[in-house]
Design a protein around this ligand. Structure first.
Ligand code: PLP
Length: 337
């Protein structure tokens, strides 16, 4: 069996998801007729404390729809230099929305410094794009943003007349880590994107959550982008199971990541970033990690990273698998040094 630590996107649907998929009632969702999609959207909106929700193909599409719905041509969004929404989404907002990004470096803890954001907000002047939106990411590289910071960011946005969006691909990891309902996070944002297909284990899909008006706009953009899916209930069925059953078990992923982090640290071969959720970042003290990755691959263990290794735990990685991984890494260093 392969132990795949490259990402939590590699999770396979659970048995309950397979069952829900097999039994799913479907209809044409473009007509609004798919009862299972409607049920997922109602459930997501309720959980997030938002008026409305939209089931979409991916986190990338969800963030893009949020940007297109908040901003117009010539508007600007402020975003992390290393944020998924800026760096890893093909420049979609610029390509498809004529929306200008204003990237700023994240602080070490994943926040955007609001003083720096304030400096980046443009005044009303014909030389400038119109700053419209602030985007945060939570978790950011596995790090949880503090709740009081979210409140400050939200107050700041309101004061400045900006909308505020959360790329909450892994926001449930943050909520589980803080042991709070997800609404403690989502309440501070006009829109929140959630990935169902990462740690929550659904095969496909994300949900964008926000006001009825925003989601109406997003639904129109989704259709234009070719994202209007027909009997999508077959996918939404797994999404419902993801939200109902797979949130709590994220705590196990966090425990396993913490275990892995502490065992790697004990080896004295890596510097290891403090582990907060389901990601472990470990940098070999000597050399890079290419040969280690190769060795592990020969032993059916998959990791990513050329210098710093990112290990991501998820529901298809057991505690036993963590011990196996650590044993192999120990063996690698004892035989290579
Ligand atoms: C994975 C991810 C996305 C995008 O999700 P896809 O479904 O892969 O398009 C967006 N933001 C963050 C922070 C992510 O980790």
């Amino acid at each position: 069996m392969i132990i795949d630590l490259r990402s939590d996107t590699v999770t396979r649907p659970t048995a309950a998801m397979h069952e829900a998929i097999a039994k799913s009632e479907v209809g044409d969702d473009v007509y609004g007729d798919d009862p299972t999609v409607n049920r997922l959207e109602d459930l997501a909106a309720k959980m997030m404390g938002k008026e409305s929700s939209l089931f979409v193909s991916s986190g990338t599409q969800s963030n893009l729809l949020a940007l297109l719905s908040h901003c117009e041509r010539g508007d600007e969004y402020i975003v992390g230099q290393q944020a998924h929404t800026y760096k890893y989404e093909g420049g979609g907002a610029a390509v498809l929305g004529s929306i200008q990004p204003q990237p700023l470096d994240f602080e070490a803890d994943g926040r955007l410094d609001l003083n720096k954001v304030a400096e980046a907000v443009k005044v009303d002047d014909i030389h400038f794009a119109k700053t419209r939106l602030l985007c945060l990411e939570n978790t950011q590289g596995g790090k949880v943003l503090p709740l009081d910071y979210l409140k400050e960011a939200s107050d700041f946005a309101k004061e400045r007349g900006l909308a505020i969006h959360l790329d909450g691909a892994r926001a449930f990891n943050a909520a589980v880590k803080l042991n709070v309902p997800i609404t403690e996070i989502s309440q501070h944002f006009d829109s929140v994107s959630i990935c169902l297909s990462k740690g929550l284990g659904a095969p496909v899909g994300s949900v964008l959550n926000g006001s009825e008006e925003l989601i109406r706009k997003a639904r129109r953009w989704r259709k234009m982008l070719g994202g209007g899916m027909r009997q999508a209930g077959i996918l939404a069925a797994a999404g419902i199971v993801a939200l109902e059953q797979q949130v709590k078990p994220l705590a196990e992923d966090h425990k396993n990541a913490e275990l892995l982090g502490s065992l790697l640290l004990e080896m004295n071969e890596f510097s290891v970033d403090p582990v907060q959720t389901n990601m472990v970042f470990a940098t070999p003290v000597k050399g890079d990690s290419a040969a280690l990755a190769e060795y592990l691959k020969e032993n059916n263990i998959l990791i990513t990273g050329s210098k710093t290794v990112r290990f991501v735990t998820h529901h298809d990685v057991s505690q036993e698998a963590i011990y196996t991984v650590v044993e192999k890494i120990r063996h690698y260093y004892s035989s290579s040094s």
